[in-house]
Design a protein around this ligand. Structure first.
Ligand SMILES: Nc1ncnc2c1ncn2[C@@H]1O[C@H](COP(=O)(O)OP(=O)(O)O)[C@@H](O)[C@H]1O
Ligand SMILES: O=C(O)C1=C[C@@H](OP(=O)(O)O)[C@@H](O)[C@H](O)C1
Length: 392
């Protein structure tokens, strides 16, 4: 953003009560560039500049009530774009996340804490480095320190820890999704007639997370096949892989699936590799299989955010390039398995869901995905695609 000398000027919005068109207001609030804090702002309330240094503001993104969030910074070469992005961000209520300028740019993955507010524009104090350096990082590593020239910051932080209008709106939307899930489940549970649901998909696709929502809504039991394998062998998945015992893990996984296949009213999160063994399909076909299809870059962000130690197949070693390693490995694994996943009875494409809802992929919550899982199962059963003799 080197050439963005006065990004505020074209916006004509008000910052701290003063028109921006005359330049950046430094009286409203000054941020220490090293800072990393979350504060809440109302529309056009406060956006100051430190000694005339430009602010850059990331593209507005809907925050998921989940652990990771992808933030994108504006296109590096387009000042115009940055300005109009800034304007759009100002046009929302929300939280502004202040990031150290020299650390990270596009595609930042970070754990979310208290600042899980609906709209999270990402702002940084203008530094050419910020806009032009691609990087990834963990928010927790950034030193939180924020300096205000007035007492404004404290008020803003206080506001951030309270309940904003947006939070209310957001929790309302979450409630609506929960209601929708319950309604959908009440219908689909009849159609299912006790059949189990096996969620398949890549590691990190949300089988466990979404599966719990689906099972709760249906009044089904939930099982994570990895957990059952660990219990049956008295070792973690990572331990089994570490000692070169993938075969032992795969055998245990097949045993677990076989046992589950004779049961009813279950939602099962299968391990990402379960689909590869033909034998496993003979078990999975006792129930309804649903593929959670999540773009590979989102998968990489998620698994890196929670740490790759529990997913030994990724073989991610160095922390500083964890995302890159995970992305490469996941891409490769997906290529090998895509056809297997695609032979599931139903597919939920999170990308497609996001497109239909006009939202960012990272804003699609597990509850929304759970609704879609039931929707796809319902459509599939209505079409009569599935051989009824395969049901339990
Ligand atoms: N819809 C979602 N949006 C954002 N993060 C998600 C979503 N679903 C799951 N996650 C996160 O991704 C990670 C992997 O999810 P998990 O359910 O364990 O996947 P799987 O069981 O398929 O390996 C977890 O940290 C979870 O919180
Ligand atoms: O994709 C795979 O081969 C694996 C996925 C993991 O499960 P999740 O999909 O639950 O991460 C786990 O079974 C094991 O690490 C192998």
């Amino acid at each position: 953003m080197a050439a963005m000398s006065n990004p505020c000027a074209p916006m004509g919005a008000r910052v701290g009560g003063s028109p921006l068109s005359s330049g950046c207001s430094s009286s409203a609030l000054r941020f220490n560039v090293k800072s990393a804090k979350s504060v809440s702002f109302s529309f056009g309330e406060v956006l100051g500049c430190d000694g005339g240094a430009p602010l850059s503001i990331g593209i507005k993104t809907r925050v998921v009530p989940w652990r990771t969030l992808k933030l994108q910074s504006p296109a590096p070469s387009s000042d115009q774009h940055s300005s109009s992005t800034a304007l759009r961000c100002l046009g929302t209520l929300g939280t502004l996340l202040l990031m150290p300028v020299d650390a990270h740019a596009r595609g930042v993955t970070m754990p979310l804490g208290r600042w899980s507010l609906p709209f999270l524009p990402c702002i940084s104090m203008g530094s050419p480095a910020f806009e032009h350096r691609a990087g990834r990082g963990n928010f927790a590593h950034w030193a939180p320190e924020c300096v205000s020239s007035q007492n404004t910051l404290k008020a803003l932080v206080d506001e951030a820890t309270g309940t904003s209008t947006d939070e209310k709106q957001y929790s309302l939307e979450l409630q609506e999704d929960e209601e929708l899930l319950k309604k959908k489940a009440a219908l689909v549970v009849q159609q299912l007639a006790g059949s189990c649901i096996f969620l398949v998909g890549m590691m990190g696709s949300g089988k466990t997370t979404v599966g719990k929502h689906v099972s709760e809504a249906l009044g089904y039991y939930f099982f994570d096949s990895d957990k059952l394998v660990e219990e049956s062998r008295g070792k973690t998945v990572a331990e089994m892989f570490r000692y070169g015992r993938e075969e032992e893990f795969r055998n245990a996984e097949s045993e677990v699936l076989e046992q589950l296949s004779s049961m009813v009213r279950l939602v099962v999160a299968t391990g990402g590799g379960a689909v590869v063994r033909p034998e496993n399909w003979s078990y999975l076909r006792h129930g309804i299989t649903v593929w959670l299809d999540v773009p590979v870059d989102s998968l990489a962000e998620r698994v890196v955010a929670v740490g790759c130690h529990s997913r030994p197949l990724l073989g991610v070693q160095a922390h500083d390039s964890a995302y890159k390693q995970a992305l490469e490995r996941l891409t490769h694994i997906l290529q090998e398995r895509a056809d297997f996943y695609a032979s599931a009875d139903a597919v939920v494409s999170v990308e497609e869901l996001a497109r239909k809802r006009g939202q960012d992929i990272n804003s699609i919550t597990p509850t929304m995905i759970a609704v879609q899982v039931l929707e796809e199962i319902s459509k599939m059963l209505e079409r009569g695609d599935r051989d009824p003799s395969l049901q339990y």
